[in-house]
Design a protein around this ligand. Structure first.
Ligand code: ADP
Ligand code: ZN
Length: 624
């Protein structure tokens, strides 16, 4: 008897192969692979990653690998559109259903879904929970199967988040209707409170939790004083920036003024704020997204739902209201992982304006000041001031705010790139901390400093703090110097501060190490803002760089042309990082071109010839 040769068992699909084939990427970003594996085991997920971390891929790749449909809940039409555009550009079967579609378009898409031609369906939460849509979902479940529910921007479920959407709460109802359906919750919101809320409100069951670091290593953080030279400096900065810039201002008027002034100075800039008509706003936004105009001057109304991944510079021309807002807004730079700059201008005038605005927070009916809200807002303002005036690594300050310890010396912020001289202030730190202890950890920084400097203020005398052994032991330093030390201790987490609106200093385990003399304290003194020359040590092979730059510009033009032909944003065709790699490696065959990160199966077919031809032309011309 002959035994028929058995066919080799199908090869288990390697996740990295799928990543390259579908998305064109060579390797996973940190965390992605483990998250995807958990998703493929049908586990619930809670994924917290900063903007640009690559959250979408965590539900998109599993969706493509599983049978059945993955529903994606997303709060904003623009976001859905953008993600679906990006998926379709890779020839991946995704669609969205929302109010921007006509009845017949919706029906057509629903039919496609029921025929099993789609893997990912994006939908707004309001629509998802309507009886008609639920009936449609039952049909989907019966005919093609539902395999997962991904909830993007999951912080919307929490009142403690910055964008609460009541409909998000009701998503838990889907749990009852489809008990087998795994839930994947994704957000970039960093606070612990919101994370807990997400788990509870959505009823996640023993979820696989991934909380990424909020460090964005590709962003260069810098703070400059807003003196008279600020405007010419800004113009110069904008001229030097290769790619798109966003400039945030505090008020509509400042947006209008600054954009007009930039235009007069020959820079193409557009305004964006809530006082403009919907039509004007969306026209300006589209021009920005399509790279027709590269500078957007805006209030913070701009940015939510803007997925543009190749923003190279975000300037805050006014002091922001709080550090979380600053982190999120500045974080719109460099989502593609390429170097980008976040610049903040700091001026006493803005501080006064913000302080005034806080004083305006009153009860709408009684006109009574809203004491609690004012207190919280003042504390938040103080934290952003600490950031702006801080002399330690900017990342350390930002990440400490999110409860993350960061060692400092990031080499990619102004304070690290141009460190201020360090002095050993261990003895001062011991004085400061023991004063906190003597005051029984019940007072804020100003009071501690008054005691140290031997103040005769009513509060100090009234509490009997002039009797403390630490009273007056710090007269040799100015109040500003003590404040600098206090902030440094907080930023480096050698001291804690309560965050309920009454900032009270508390000792922690690290404080005791200092008090016991087991740890020294270095303080960077003297804050002299100077011009930045980031690249001075990187002047290697300048000629090569210049050549790559010239080719990069040509590839950008080609990308723009191809994008316009299809009415797509250029970054959907290829990310800046892909173009940079092309400019450096100069692939002159399709096989070499396929190795570029971001070139998947579809984009190779669609754009390979055009880009390879452009690169060959360029290399040819160089030789002649
Ligand atoms: P988030 O939703 O977390 O802000 P996205 O999912 O939009 O981030 O991803 C940000 C950018 O990073 C996108 O341009 C995306 O295509 C890209 N990206 C995601 N994963 C990878 C990867 N493994 N390799 C290279 N680029 C990636
Ligand atoms: Zn740093």
């Amino acid at each position: 008897m002959f035994s028929r040769p058995t066919a080799p068992p199908p090869e288990p699909l390697c996740l990295e192969t799928a990543l390259k084939q579908y998305f064109g990427y060579e390797t996973f970003r940190p965390g992605q692979q483990a998250i995807i594996e958990a998703a493929l085991e049908n586990r619930d997920l809670l994924v917290v990653m900063p903007t640009g971390g690559g959250k979408s891929l965590c539900f998109q790749l599993p969706a493509l690998l599983r049978s059945g449909i993955t529903l994606v809940v997303s709060p904003l039409i623009a976001l859905m559109q953008d993600q679906v555009d990006a998926l379709q550009a890779n020839d991946l079967a995704a669609t969205f259903l929302n109010s921007s579609l006509s009845g017949s378009e919706s029906r057509q898409r629903q039919a496609q879904i029921l025929r099993g031609e789609i893997k990912l369906v994006y939908v707004a939460p309001e629509r998802l929970l309507t009886p008609t849509f639920l009936a449609f979902l039952d049909q989907v479940q019966a005919q093609v199967g539902l395999c997962a529910l991904a909830i993007d921007e999951a912080h919307c479920v929490s009142e403690w988040g910055h964008d609460f959407r009541p409909e998000y709460r009701r998503l838990a109802e889907l749990r009852q209707r489809y008990p087998h359906l795994p839930l994947m919750a994704l957000t970039a919101t960093a606070t612990e409170r919101v994370r807990q809320d997400i788990g509870q409100q959505l009823g996640l069951q023993q979820p696989y939790i991934h909380i990424a670091s909020f460090n964005r290593p590709n962003l260069y953080y810098e703070v400059r004083p807003k003196h008279r030279q600020a405007y010419p400096e800004l113009v110069q900065m904008l001229r030097q920036t290769q790619g798109s810039s966003i400039i945030y201002c505090l008020s509509r008027r400042e947006v209008e003024d600054l954009s007009a002034r930039l235009q007069q100075d020959g820079l193409r800039a557009l305004p964006y704020h809530a006082g403009m008509s919907d039509g004007d706003r969306s026209r300006n936004q589209t021009q920005f997204i399509r790279d027709d105009v590269q500078i957007m001057v805006a209030t913070i109304a701009f940015g939510m739902g803007i997925n543009k991944s190749d923003v190279r510079l975000v300037v805050h021309y006014n002091l922001p209201r709080n550090l979380e807002g600053y982190y999120q807004e500045a974080g719109r730079a460099g989502r593609d992982g390429e170097p980008a700059t976040c610049l903040l201008y700091h001026s006493p005038k803005d501080l006064r304006t913000l302080d005034w605005l806080i004083a305006q927070k009153v009860h709408p009916e009684t006109g009574e000041p809203l004491a609690h809200e004012q207190r919280v807002a003042r504390q938040q303002l103080r934290q952003i001031l600490d950031y702006a005036e801080g002399t330690v690594c900017r990342r350390t300050i930002q990440l400490a705010y999110f409860g993350e310890a960061f060692a400092g010396n990031c080499a990619n912020c102004d304070n690290c790139a141009q460190p201020k001289p360090l002095e050993d202030w261990t003895v001062e730190a011991q004085k400061f901390l023991s004063c906190v202890a003597r005051c029984r950890e019940r007072f804020g920084m100003n009071h501690i400093i008054e005691v140290l400097r031997g103040s005769k203020s009513q509060k100090v005398l009234g509490k009997g703090h002039d009797k403390l052994s630490t009273y007056g032991i710090g007269r040799d330093r100015t109040a500003d110097q003590w404040r600098l030390l206090g902030r440094t201790l907080l930023h480096q987490r050698w001291l804690d501060e309560t965050t309920d609106g009454y900032p009270v200093l508390k000792l922690n385990a690290a404080s005791w190490n200092i008090l016991r003399g087991q740890q020294s304290v270095q303080v960077s003194v003297l804050s002299t803002p100077a011009a930045i020359d980031k690249g001075s040590d990187k002047r290697v092979s300048a000629a090569n760089q210049a050549e790559a730059e010239a080719l990069f510009q040509r590839l950008r033009s080609l990308r723009k042309r191809l994008a316009d032909e299809q009415s797509l944003p250029p970054y959907i065709v290829f990310a800046d990082s892909s173009l940079r790699q092309m400019a450096q490696q100069q692939p002159q065959t399709l096989a070499d071109f396929a190795q570029i990160s971001g070139v998947g199966r579809r984009k190779l077919e669609q754009y390979g010839d055009a880009f390879v031809a452009e690169i060959c032309n360029y290399c040819q011309a160089q030789k002649e």
